[in-house]
Write a protein that binds this ligand. Structure first.
Ligand code: ASP
Length: 305
């Protein structure tokens, strides 16, 4: 165990402006980001795997009603909540994901079960719920996930064209030298019933490979799907001679070129990190072994509290 760990988290990048979030709201959001980093650190300080650390960090963000994952997820066009989540291990390319789940309290835990307890990678809807239930995963009623803020956004979205998005995610380089990545989301406000975005699709919204890097994306999922964005960045790093930073920037340029927006976090096996977004801010946090936690939400990407 020679390596020093690095954990990076995000909680979405849409509409993060000082006009919308005053100083009090800012502190409230940053406090949850710190809590998420602390949960990941607790795993890593105990010598745990990065795979478990990203799960723990994402779980805190799913439980927080402020972010678009788990409790606080956005509404579909039909006024219900359908969530997607994924998890990938860079050491052996093991992966697990769930899509379109409505009653699992922590979708990222269901993704972890798919990774560890099934021979499959992606389970959807009722099948995913039944699978998780068989392993005793905590369930929640639809009302648990719904917040008044998301209901308001949904009602507004019905009147105006426009989308609200936000996803949570984490990437980690752990003390054993392994990479891991996770994502969890409610998707996009007003999305069509049955719509699946990039977040549970391995290679699009999430990817981890010890040969290159771990990546977790947020943004307009259709563009990340079409670009196979997370894998594309990993390929640029592995085969294209790109540094992590340059690969991440090029990956987002590719999204912009299609007319999309979003952001991502990434880490490589040297513990180098990339945090990029095309928007004005992104909820983000960084924990390095032996260093103080850093969190931020407004731009530019390199600024921290
Ligand atoms: N990428 C997610 C999706 O399209 C949404 C987000 O990241 O905000 O489902």
């Amino acid at each position: 165990m020679a390596a020093k760990y690095t954990l990076v988290i995000h909680a979405g990048c849409e509409g993060i402006t000082r006009k919308y979030y005053g100083p009090e709201a800012e502190q409230e959001h940053l406090a949850f980001l710190r809590k998420s980093l602390a949960a990941g650190r607790a795993v890593l300080d105990g010598g745990g795997r990065g795979l478990d650390a990203v799960c723990a960090a994402v779980e805190v963000l799913e439980d927080c009603p402020l972010f678009n994952a788990g409790r606080g997820s956005v509404f579909t066009h039909d006024g219900i909540i359908e969530m997607d989540a994924s998890l990938m291990s860079g050491a052996d390319l093991a992966a697990g994901a769930v899509a379109g789940v409505t009653g699992i309290k922590n979708p990222v835990r269901a993704a972890a079960l798919v990774l560890e307890k099934s021979s499959h990678v992606l389970l959807i809807g009722q099948g995913a719920e039944r699978f998780a239930e068989n392993f005793g995963l905590e369930k929640s009623d639809p009302e648990y996930f719904q917040t008044s803020r998301r209901r308001k956004e949904y009602l507004t979205a019905q009147k105006q064209a426009g989308e609200q998005f936000g996803t949570v995610g984490a990437v980690c380089f752990d003390r054993a030298g392994n990479l891991a990545a996770a994502s969890s989301t409610g998707g996009i406000t007003g999305k069509q019933y049955g719509r699946v975005g990039d977040s549970p699709v391995i290679g699009a919204g999430v990817y981890a490979d010890n040969a290159s890097c771990a990546v977790s994306c947020t943004g307009e999922g259709e563009f990340f799907l079409r670009r196979v964005a997370a894998k594309r960045i990993a390929a640029m790093v592995e085969f294209g001679g790109f540094s992590l930073e340059a690969g991440a920037a090029a990956g987002l340029d590719n999204i912009k070129a299609l007319g999309g927006k979003g952001g991502l976090i990434a880490v490589d096996k040297a513990g180098r990190t990339a945090i990029s977004f095309t928007t004005r801010g992104m909820f983000r946090g960084l924990a390095r072994q032996g260093e103080t936690d850093r969190v931020a939400m407004f731009g530019p990407p390199g600024s921290w509290h």
